[in-house]
Structures are given as structure tokens and as C-alpha cells.
Design a protein around this ligand. Structure first.
Ligand code: PLP
Length: 427
């Protein structure tokens, strides 16, 4: 039933039935978790061959001793494997340790306090106020980096085709203290948005309209994480930047955290040769070299672009049914009620749902009290504050299909209960 069509009497009956159903869930002692955006054990097992794969054979193209220090920018065969993931050349990529988030943090930190060397001064030396644009809803750890370094965050709307570029361009033109923007261009966390070609092109031009030392932080964490073969691709940011002469204004990131092992993967960073030189200088202050043995393991396991695609199809086979269960439950119970809207991503790790304004916290609390843990409401916004209190992130990768189904039955009950109660309170 459409919430707005229901009479007060119907709303009261509805509330009673939903409360009874909710109490049954509460009494059943559930302990389910839809918060964790990480691979399941089943997915991790797809890469178990990596543990033994070297078999003592550390031979590599450059014939260097991988067990030793050095090679700050990574080994050549790993660059060849991952450069196409970011759509950059092999001399425009650095292969790091196990976390792209660490590379992002360093990139922001170095720019903030040390500067770009020959390419420019530090953000702090230009003034105390440094600002970032944050498309919302977005990834909480991007926001935590900014908060940790005292960078002011300005939320901008994330539309179906990417950030609202009219808003982004207007803000950047009007304020030279805006030094960065966070972007997750393919299967955004949490909406699953894929940026359109037109948006990528406008993002590539930002470097020419922004103040000095601006950088786009292009976190392509889900670059190869499609759920189907027909999922849309994203245009090459670096190729577009080269067209407009803005290649120094972008940093691109990726990792194998959701390809191989989330705790023992390989992270990489794409950038212009000038940026690579400047960034390496700073990175060299933090380490003598990355884990090159692990880099070789990844090359032996995934081999090439074809091997990577075949490996990601195995992940999709595990993930797709889980996404389908979430969507089937939402469709079956909430479609046509006017109580929520949600995304149906073609890749990535999340489904994003908007409740009616003001209800996300209530829904998360109701679900928790019935034994279903959800990501805290607000987590997908800077400073943990969702101004409309609407957005909820659903992460279906870890629970089993049966657990997801049970959790979603509780979840939709909570959305309906909160919505009907709100409507009754307004009557
Ligand atoms: N970027 C995004 C958008 C993510 O969703 C995540 C993890 O959930 C990460 C980065 C973390 O990447 P890494 O494991 O390489 O540090």
C-alpha cells in the first residue's frame, strides 16, 4: 500500500501488524550483520593459490633480489598488470604496499604539509583553510582522512551520473582554498554510481579552473568489480587529462583488497611522471621499498588483464546472488509504498537506500534492537552528519544468502514500521 494513500485507521492497523511482526523478530534472537564491506571467506578462498604460488621461484624481469630493500615504485611486471586497471601507462604507476587508503592518506598529508616540490607549494603554506569537495553519500574513510588533517569538507550531490558538476565547478571557481575532491568513479561506495563520460571529461578539466595545487583524488577501488559482463565502464581520466593538459592535477588509486586478500593485497597509484617523481620523494621518507615478493605473487596468480577478468567473474558469481536477495526483498516489500528508494548497482560492494527524511537513525536503531546490525546512519556523510537523516548503506558480501534473506526481512519491516509511525505522528 502507498503510505500516503492510507487512512488513519489503515495506518493504525498497519502499525499494529508491523509491530507484532517486529516483536517476533526481536524474540527470535537474531545476530546478523550487514555492515562489513569486505570480502567473505568464500571470496578470499578464490585466491588461496597465492600462498604457495612462488614455490621458491623469485625470478623476475629485472632479475633483482626481491627479498631485499629497494624498488620504491614496485616491480615492472606488477606495473604492467595494474596500469590498465587505472588506464595509465606503465611509467605512470607506483605499486605500493597492501593498502590504497595508506597511499591516499600520504598523498593528502604530503600535499597538505610538504607540497609538490617542483610542481608547487604545500596547501598549508597558502593559508590555514584547506577545503575538499565530498560527493555524498560517500566513503567514510575519505572523510576521516580530511577530518584527521583538519581539512574542511564541503558536501556536493552525487547524481546518477556522478558528482553534480555544475555545483562542483561553481564552488571551485569561487574558492581557491578548495584543494581536492574525492571521487569513486566506478561503482561508488555506497551508491554503485558509475560516472558518465561527460562527468569524467568535466572532472579532467577541473585542474584548469581550480586555484593552485588542486588535485582530484580518483579512488577507483572497484575498477574491475562488476557483477555482470554488461556493467558500464568508466572513461579514462588520465587520457582526458592529457587532452586538456591537466595530467598533473589528478591522483588515481586502486588495490587488490577485493580481488585477492583484503589484508595482504597490493595497492597502486597512477599519476603523471612529474607527480610520480615528487610523490616518490616523500614516500621514500616512510619506507625503503614495498613488499615486492607479494607483488610477484599477484603477477603469478592473476597473470594479465584476461586472468584478472576471469578471476573477477568468480567474485561476481559469489556476490551477485547476495545483491539479488537484497534487491528482491526491497522490491517485494517496499516498491510502491513511497517509503524508500534504493540503488541497484551493477558492481562494487554496497546498496544505498534512502528512507523518508528523518528516519535513517530510527531504522538503524530498530534493526539493531531486533538483532540486525547496519552501518551507523550518517556514516556516509562528512562529519557523520546526514542532513536529511535518510541514507543507509547495505553491505551484503559477508553474510550467507540465508542470513541476508533473514536480515532483509527484518530490515524492510523496520523501514515500514518507522515510516508508518512517522506518518501516524504527523496525522
Ligand atoms: N576506497 C574505497 C572506496 C573503499 O570502499 C575501500 C574499502 O572499503 C577502500 C578504498 C580501502 O582500500 P584499501 O584496502 O586498498 O586500503
Amino acid at each position: 500500500m502507498e503510505l500516503n494513500q492510507a487512512s488513519n485507521e489503515q495506518l493504525r492497523d498497519w502499525e499494529k501488524a508491523l509491530t507484532e511482526e517486529y516483536q517476533r523478530y526481536q524474540a527470535s534472537g537474531l545476530n546478523l550483520d550487514l555492515t562489513r564491506g569486505k570480502p567473505s571467506a568464500e571470496q578470499l578462498s578464490l585466491s588461496d593459490e597465492i600462498v604457495e604460488i612462488l614455490g621458491g621461484d623469485l625470478s623476475n624481469q629485472a632479475n633483482i633480489d626481491l627479498r631485499n630493500y629497494g624498488g620504491l615504485d614496485g616491480i615492472a611486471e606488477c606495473k604492467a598488470l595494474f596500469a590498465p586497471v587505472l588506464d595509465v601507462n606503465t611509467d605512470e604507476i607506483l605499486i605500493g604496499g597492501n593498502s590504497s587508503l595508506t597511499l591516499m592518506y600520504f598523498a593528502v598529508l604530503f600535499a597538505h604539509s610538504q607540497g609538490f616540490g617542483e610542481l608547487g607549494k604545500s596547501w598549508l603554506s597558502e593559508g590555514n583553510t584547506v577545503k575538499f569537495l565530498c560527493p555524498v553519500p560517500g566513503y567514510d574513510r575519505h572523510f576521516s582522512i580530511c577530518e584527521h588533517l583538519g581539512i574542511e569538507m564541503i558536501p556536493v550531490a552525487l547524481n546518477d551520473d556522478g558528482p553534480d558538476m555544475d555545483e562542483v565547478e561553481a564552488l571551485i571557481k569561487g574558492d581557491s582554498s578548495i584543494k581536492g575532491i574525492w571521487c569513486v568513479p566506478r561503482f561508488s561506495n555506497p551508491t554503485g554510481t558509475v560516472y558518465s563520460d561527460a562527468v569524467v571529461e568535466r572532472i579532467a578539466k577541473l585542474g584548469s579552473i581550480a586555484g593552485s595545487n588542486f588535485r582530484v583524488f580518483w579512488d577507483n577501488a572497484y575498477a574491475v568489480h562488476a557483477l555482470t559482463d554488461s556493467a558500464p565502464d568508466v572513461a579514462s581520466l588520465m587520457a582526458k587529462c592529457k587532452q586538456f593538459g591537466t595530467e598533473d592535477s589528478v591522483y588515481l588509486f586502486g588495490s587488490t583488497s577485493k580481488i585477492t586478500y583484503a589484508g595482504a593485497g597490493v595497492a597502486f597509484m597512477g599519476m603523471s611522471k612529474a607527480n610520480l617523481k615528487a610523490f616518490s620523494k616523500h614516500l621514500g621518507m616512510t619506507q625503503i621499498g614495498p613488499d615486492k615478493v607479494n607483488q610477484l605473487r599477484h603477477v603469478r596468480l592473476l597473470k594479465d588483464a584476461e586472468g584478472l577478468t576471469a578471476h573477477m567473474r568468480k567474485h561476481a558469481a559469489v556476490l551477485k546472488p547476495r545483491f539479488d536477495i537484497v534487491l528482491q526483498n526491497l522490491e517485494a516489500s517496499l516498491a510502491g509504498t513511497g517509503m524508500a528508494e534504493w540503488t541497484a548497482p551493477e558492481g562494487g560492494y554496497f546498496i544505498s537506500l534512502n528512507t523518508l527524511p528523518g528516519l535513517a537513525q530510527d531504522v538503524v536503531r530498530l534493526a539493531a534492537e531486533a538483532g540486525v546490525k547496519l552501518t551507523p546512519a550518517g556514516a556516509t556523510f562528512p562529519y557523520g552528519k546526514d542532513p536529511e537523516n535518510r541514507n543507509i548503506r547495505i553491505a551484503p558480501s559477508v553474510p550467507t544468502q540465508e542470513e541476508i534473506d533473514r536480515a532483509m526481512k527484518v530490515f524492510v519491516n523496520c523501514v515500514k514500521l518507522a515510516s508508518v509511525r512517522q506518518k501516524l505522528a504527523q496525522a
